[in-house]
Design a protein around this ligand. Structure first.
Ligand SMILES: C[S@@+](CC[C@H](N)C(=O)[O-])C[C@H]1O[C@@H](n2cnc3c(N)ncnc32)[C@H](O)[C@@H]1O
Length: 393
């Protein structure tokens, strides 16, 4: 390979805005020291083999980027020239398909697509010069993906070892209404403190993302096992044997002890149909008990655990008015039926959340795309129910 598989370089792991706390936690649990962090990612020093491993195991990461080169750059021509100095013929085979994505924050140019074009031209021209044929290129992120960050006078060129973003786990064949992104769902489950040792109940489960991510976490299953494609598979000199050994070892990992039940319900039978199919695709259907019912009819196991709900939060006024009654009923459900349990509500509407009418013991900040959301935690102690009513959120 163009880089020794065990040579350590800078790796930038990106995530959706606000998830870096959970990403950092995962990266550290995998044994890597974080050298810097920002709201949309963390950096570590690690090897290409570590990049394989991160792609396989991370639940909240979006892209694992491996540094190819960084240099001073003051204009598009310099970008082309300096990119052409890299031995691309060792990285990209002429029969491969190449995609270049750029993040640009420099006074020199305003359109990131221009930077991508310059880098793409430099790569294909160099490969063509040295090998006699040009790789194909375009927007598809299924093969070799190069990621450029050009900030001020500094340009960094990374190999996107993930290719397609890691939130595309491959199990959600049926999305249903307002599905949560898989990486966000994984972070929300992590934020509850759930580890499989207590039951998890997920009324209003929609397409099942929270329940499925909880099952993957509880079973210790690497989410990357669900995907067959990653960017690093398409790079010259890729070590198939090492990758297959890593996958085989990951398949053998199983959490100790049986996970407690995961119960997922929704009032809409189409949601349950989709959630069941998705759980089958993810290979965790045997861990989740699905049923169609109003959330307040959800059967709770005798052992208390976590109740996690993601109600709609209504973007139009009429929806919001109708949802007030639903949020109030969530408060009643928690209070009357969930004594001894810990409740969580994920919502993008803090006004609506007030209708729950119970004391919030913790608020955790999240972003769902551009919506500022909260995961609200409610402790339902047995015997202290009535006095909670009317407290603010
Ligand atoms: C925002 S979606 C949940 C999305 C889910 N987290 C996912 O990733 O697919 C809210 C879900 O609540 C369900 N729902 C609405 N009212 C309900 C009720 N009264 N009882 C049970 N489910 C309800 C809807 O059918 C919808 O599937």
């Amino acid at each position: 390979m163009w880089v020794d598989l065990d040579e350590r370089r800078r790796i930038r792991i990106t995530c959706a805005k606000g998830l870096s706390e959970y990403l950092q936690q995962e990266v550290e649990q995998l044994g890597y020291g974080v050298t810097s962090s920002r709201p949309t990612g963390v950096e570590i020093e690690a090897s290409m083999v570590d990049a394989f491993r991160l792609n396989l195991f991370l639940r909240t990461g979006m892209n694992v980027l491996f540094l190819i080169d960084s240099f001073d750059c003051r204009g598009p021509e310099e970008l082309y020239d300096r990119t052409s100095d890299i031995a691309w013929e060792d990285i990209v085979a002429p029969d491969e398909y190449l995609s270049v994505v750029s993040n640009v924050n420099t006074p020199t140019i305003t359109d990131w697509r221009f930077a991508s074009l310059k880098v793409k031209d430099a790569i294909v021209d160099r490969v063509s010069d040295r090998v006699g044929r040009r790789p194909d290129s375009g927007p598809e992120r299924e093969n070799v993906v190069i990621q450029v960050y050009w900030t001020g006078d500094t340009c960094e060129i990374f190999l996107n070892t993930s290719g397609r973003k890691l939130s595309d786990r491959n199990y959600r064949k049926m999305p249903h209404k307002a599905p949560m992104q898989e990486t966000l769902a994984a972070a929300v489950v992590m934020a509850t403190g759930y580890d499989g040792s207590t039951p998890l109940v997920n009324p209003m489960c929609g397409s099942g993302t929270l329940a499925i991510e909880a099952a993957l976490l509880a079973s210790g299953r690497a989410p990357g096992l669900l995907r067959s494609n990653f960017g690093f598979l398409h790079v010259r000199g890729f070590d198939e044997e090492r990758w297959q050994t890593m996958r085989r070892d990951a398949k053998r990992i199983r959490s100790k002890g049986d996970a407690k039940p995961i119960i997922a319900t929704d009032v809409d039978e189409r949601a349950i149909f989709a959630a069941r199919k998705n759980a089958e695709t993810a290979g965790v259907h045997h861990m989740i008990q699905f049923s169609v019912c109003d959330f307040a009819e959800t059967p709770l196991p005798d052992d208390p655990g976590f109740v996690l709900m993601n109600p709609e939060y209504g973007m139009r006024l009429g929806d919001v008015q109708a949802l007030e009654a639903t949020y109030k009923r969530i408060g009643d459900f928690f209070k009357k039926q969930c004594a001894g349990w810990t409740g969580f509500v994920f919502t993008g509407n803090r006004e609506l959340a007030k209708s729950i009418g119970l004391k919030v013991s913790r608020r955790m900040e999240f972003w769902n795309a551009k919506i500022d959301c909260r995961l609200l935690k409610y402790e339902m102690y047995a015997g202290t129910r009535r006095k909670d009513r009317g407290a603010t959120t």
